[in-house]
Design a protein around this ligand. Structure first.
Ligand code: PLP
Length: 352
């Protein structure tokens, strides 16, 4: 018999999910997508926020089309949504993956003629096709679109992916024109081109289905989305020690901050192992009861030191919010909005 081990104590680090904001972001993107349906990219554990917390909220909002990258992510997704709503972007790179797709009942996104043949040889069935219109990453080359095997597929979604939708540049129109040609020559139930940023490029980009990820989770990849999208992920860390510094005391590794006068500081339970990288050293802020408190000195692996001078009543065990609105946090840290979300790591209590 195993001895009874008490459940792990909740972490002094938590990721508060604003479910109302998440649902509202999906609804805003759905409205902006016009007549097109709006799906959700839920790869990388919903960009780090947690499938178990996010997917039920999006499903309740009306989402019925889900995109994961890996096969094991598909297995997680089907715990929450019907398998036939799930597409696996990475495609079947061997026969075992093709067989797995059929067993699980999810749709593979086929990315090459080899994958098309593999899927047909495995017995086929409903599937999606990614066509590369210029990102030169995953997808069937345009030169292979006319291959007879493509015509044998039971194609649900024919899609392509924009490389530079977050910029105003000629590449967007080039990819749009190429995808229009593809849509004219490949028979599918529906066509899909847009990620979050693409949705803001206008109705001619929308086709039948859009696939936002970042903006669902509070990212703002284009200015047009600024007023429509709200922060969803709110990382919070507890104070684990308070200390009084005298003038001349330095804090943290390499003593990069020295107190100019006596001051109160707090050590909070978040560090670079939690994705709060060293780029926040001396730059980040935390929020407490309306006060904005600066990060002092170096961020370390499990801890960060903050100035509590303006937060006299803040003490051990109190929760501080990291300032983490994605567009601003990206400008301050130099990290992309995507990295800010997906970096956060495993130690946060999620689904709170
Ligand atoms: C990740 C991904 C998306 C979502 O992109 P965002 O920029 O996060 O909105 C859509 N389509 C494909 C193929 C993707 O890989």
């Amino acid at each position: 018999m195993m001895p009874d081990i008490p459940l792990p104590h909740p972490a002094a680090l938590r990721l508060r999910l604003d479910r109302a904001a998440l649902a509202a972001n999906w609804a805003a993107l759905d409205a902006l997508s016009g007549a097109a349906r709006t799906g959700a990219a839920i790869k990388a554990d919903c960009y780090g926020l947690g499938v178990a917390a996010v997917v039920p909220v999006l499903a309740a909002a009306g989402c019925r089309d889900w995109f994961v990258a890996h096969w094991q992510e598909a297995a997680e997704a089907v715990r929450f949504v019907p398998a036939e709503q799930v597409s696996v972007l990475h495609g079947p790179i061997n026969d075992a993956e093709a067989a797995y797709a059929r067993v699980l009942g999810v749709r593979p996104v086929l990315n090459s003629l080899a994958q098309v043949r593999r899927w047909l040889a495995a017995g086929g069935g409903p599937c999606d096709l990614m066509v590369d219109t210029g990102i030169n990453r995953l997808g069937l080359p345009l030169t292979d679109v006319g291959a007879p095997e493509v015509g044998q597929l039971e194609l649900v979604t024919c899609m392509s992916h924009l490389a530079s939708a977050d910029e105003d540049c000629a590449q967007n129109a080039v990819q749009l024109a190429r995808f229009r040609d593809v849509a004219g020559s490949v028979a599918a139930q529906r066509y899909s081109l847009c990620n979050s940023a693409g949705i803001a490029l206008g109705s001619e980009y929308h086709f039948d289905l859009t696939r936002p990820g970042l903006a669902l989770y509070g990212g703002v990849p284009r200015g047009e989305l600024a007023g429509l999208i709200t922060q969803v992920a709110h990382p919070e860390a507890a104070v684990i020690q308070v200390r009084a510094l005298s003038a001349g005391d330095s804090v943290g590794y390499n003593a990069t901050f020295t107190a100019p006068a006596a001051m109160r500081v707090g050590v909070i339970s978040v560090g670079y192992a939690d994705g709060y990288l060293r780029c926040w050293s001396g730059r980040g802020h935390v929020l407490w009861q309306g006060q904005r408190l600066p990060v002092l000195g170096r961020v370390s692996m499990d801890m960060t030191i903050v100035d509590l001078s303006a937060a006299e009543n803040c003490g051990e065990g109190d929760w501080l919010g990291l300032e983490y609105a994605l567009p601003e946090a990206s400008a301050t840290s130099g990290l992309s909005q995507y990295e800010l979300l997906t970096l956060m790591g495993r130690r946060y209590s999620r689904n709170i």
